[in-house]
Write a protein that binds this ligand. Structure first.
Ligand code: HEC
Length: 124
């Protein structure tokens, strides 16, 4: 195969891949985050603490809630799906309570965001 032809194929392949990826991204209406991204942005970062303490804006509360919903949809890298679903259901419920202005939301969130309980089972 000539060099020119080879480059042409490569370019086509790249274009097809990029097109494919962007088409797929547009399909997902809900925001998606990888578990690692959520850990860094919300759990390790100040977001979840801020929300649990009641110091967050409505926008921050909604952002966190979206991340918690996304987390529950992700597959756990380790451990049983049952346990993962339970832990995440509590987080989503707490996140929803906060968004809805429930006074108990912060406490629910602090309880549900138990780093060790989840990491010991699901963090590889
Ligand atoms: C519902 C489950 C769950 C809870 C609760 C949880 N984590 Fe995690 N965390 C995970 C999983 C799963 C991973 C591994 C992600 C991977 O390797 O893909 C992880 C990984 C991490 C990482 C490493 C990220 C990286 O880039 O490798 C940090 C930091 C972290 N968690 C912080 C925290 C802190 C701090 C808390 C508590 C405030 C917390 N997590 C609560 C599930 C959880």
């Amino acid at each position: 195969m000539s060099k020119k032809l080879w480059f042409c194929c490569l370019a086509c392949f790249c274009a097809a891949t990029i097109f494919n990826l962007s088409a797929r991204a547009a399909e997902d209406e809900a925001p998606k985050y990888k578990t690692k991204e959520i850990m860094k942005a919300a759990f390790k970062g100040p977001l979840i603490k801020k929300v649990a303490a009641g110091d967050a804006s409505d926008e921050e509360k909604k952002k966190l809630y979206g991340m918690l919903v996304a987390l529950g949809k992700n597959k756990p890298p380790k451990g049983e799906a049952d346990s993962w679903d339970k832990l995440n259901a509590a987080l989503v419920k707490a996140g929803k309570a906060v968004v809805d202005g429930d006074a108990k939301g912060g406490a629910m969130l602090r309880k549900a965001a138990n780093c060790k309980a989840c990491h010991s089972k699901h963090k590889p």
